[in-house]
Unconditional design. Structure first.
Length: 267
């Protein structure tokens, strides 16, 4: 029987399981991710993250709930920063998390018990197509494609249609995106506020997304619909983006609990 120690955390209801790499089996990580992230037979999470200690923080690899590997998760990265501080790795206020999309520095703004508020530099977004049309669910949709560490497709809607999940699932695997894409449906409310819902590559519908919120807000700014600062209203609450410094201020990351998962299927 193989025990896999884990800690579960969430950032704005986007939840992740984190395990130390040296305490994890060294083979078939995608399959372990699928098993441990399963909502009914595993622990249940949007992704599984492996962590290694590094000077000032952690090096990480993130696997989506379907076993595919992700370059980065905004919410996952701040969960990793909270995990680092709880584990005594790094020293507040600055925590460094190395991801497959590069090294990210997070600054601790506030801590209350196991709830952490971080300010995170998301880096410079790379715009691919500012305005493009995607044919999804039988009709055309107005979209912006960009990369904020991972691929993003922001689709602008008003109002949010009932079949948005069907369209988002088609967009995720659209031939235009050979590595698949994260998808956000974006509604502009005013010059500083948008609403967004998310369909994440490898995880499906999520109530929140750090990189998805960054992509949605950045796309709205570049299209001239909003200006900094931008509030992103999600089903899990509001996030905010300051464009001037490429800094993304996100809501609390919270450590839920710790335990062991038995890889023969028993918890």
């Amino acid at each position: 029987m193989t025990e896999l120690p884990f800690t579960k955390l969430h950032g704005a209801e986007n939840d992740f399981i984190i395990s130390w790499a040296d305490q994890s089996p060294q083979t078939d990580w995608p399959e372990i991710a699928r098993r441990i992230c399963a909502r009914t037979t595993g622990i249940g999470a949007d992704g599984w993250m492996l962590a290694w200690k590094e000077s000032g923080g952690l090096r990480t690899r993130l696997f989506n709930s379907d076993g595919s590997e992700a370059e980065i998760s905004g919410n996952g990265t701040r969960c990793a920063a909270a995990f680092a501080l709880v584990q005594g790795v790094g020293e507040a206020p600055i925590v460094t998390i190395s991801t497959m999309a590069g090294s990210k520095k997070l600054r601790l703004i506030e801590q209350q018990g196991h709830r952490f508020l971080f300010e995170m530099d998301m880096g410079t977004p790379q715009t691919e197509e500012l305005r493009t049309t995607l044919h999804l669910a039988g009709r055309d949709w107005d979209a912006t494609t960009l990369n904020v560490g991972n691929p993003q497709c922001a689709i602008f809607v008003n109002p949010l249609p009932a079949d948005w999940r069907i369209a988002a699932a088609e967009a995720e695997g659209h031939p235009r995106f050979p590595k698949r894409s994260n998808v956000s449906m974006v509604k502009v409310l005013d010059r500083h506020t948008i609403e967004a819902v998310f369909y994440e590559r490898g995880a499906g519908e999520t109530r929140s997304s750090g990189t998805g919120s960054t992509g949605a807000a950045t796309a709205a700014i570049l299209r001239g619909d909003v200006e900094s600062p931008v509030e992103i209203r999600t089903p899990a609450g509001s996030l905010s983006l300051r464009w001037e410094e490429s800094v993304f201020l996100m809501g609390p990351a919270e450590v839920i609990g710790e335990g062991k998962y038995y890889l023969d299927g028993r918890e």
